[in-house]
Design a binder for this molecule. Sequence first.
Ligand code: G3I
Length: 348
Amino acid sequence: DIPNLASTLGTSYDVGAAIDLSALNPQDPHAQLLVKHFNSITAGNFMKIDAMQPREGEFVWSDTDRLVEFAENNNMRVRGHTLVWHSQVPEWFFTSPDDASQPATREQLLARVKTHIQTIMQRYQGKVHTWDVVNEVISDGGGLRNEASGSKWRDIIGDVDGDGDDSDYIELAFRYAREADPNAVLVINDYGLEGSVNKLNDMVELVENLLAKGTPIDAVGFQMHVSMYGPNVQQIREAFERIVALGVNIQVTELDVSIYSGSSEQEKPVTDELMMQQAYRYKELFDLFQEFDQRGVLDSVTVWGLADDGTWLDNHPVQGRKDAPLLFDRKLKAKPAYWALVDATTLP
Ligand code: G3I
């Protein structure tokens, strides 16, 4: 076996990367980078709802079949991202099948989400081992994301069993998923949990409540779009602890380490010194992951992109500034952050 990051680091968790379709083309150098360093793959976009089912009942399998085949051929595993999300959902999903000017009813939306989840999960049973069943359900302002904070799911489905709780669409999504593939690891995924205590509190309360009702949640995914400057390791450790205390595992699902401290910082040059500072940051994060790995509660760590040339952060809404948040640079060369992980003696 060729050593990859997981085997070099001796982790029992997978070390994966999110990719674009082009990385599955063996002629593309990204494919070589992927196979050489990672043992898990996540589709950065092409397993989302709009890609999988652009029109009702028309599932698009070509790209995801390729992904699964590529992973099989290269002895890698696949994380599925994502089945229920408020973003990248085609319009038809939430509209009435009879009158496109009307919203779908609760029953219509539930039937659609069940079909969506089960058709995809059954096709990839045993091939996609983990699924982000629901993504980003907590709103930044507190509570479940709703129409006002950009999601139609909660408002249309609401409180199905009349117990005064409006998280039923989440509970049902997990139940449909478990029914479709009893062996898949089922994840509730979100961003900012490590940085916002309010958001973490909401997640803890939600998961606690769902577990109490027997909802089959196996892990909480921390996206971890963090910065070189924060949140600090102790805060992240405490956030992980809160989730582990609930009796579910943690996953790091979309790690990247921005060189900016916040959205208002101006574009800056990517200096050697900056990259060295970033290396220390990556190192301290992976040291933290190791603590949780040793306790057997961390399933996987995925970086959100193979190399800096493909980071989503370059499309930053505020000012289109370039970032450099990953382990490999724009020429696909290993950065100090990579070397810091595989050999700490490279750090000055
Ligand atoms: O495919 C089109 C292409 O045809 C067109 O030329 C180009 C011009 O804008 O756009 C391309 O689509 C873009 C797509 O990324 C592929 O690059 C979309 O506009 C753009 O919205 C989309 O952004 C993705 C974003 O999710 C959408 O919500 C990012 O790549 C992807 O990295 C990002 O991933 C999310 C996770 O799923 C959930 N957590 C946060 C994370 C970062 O936002």
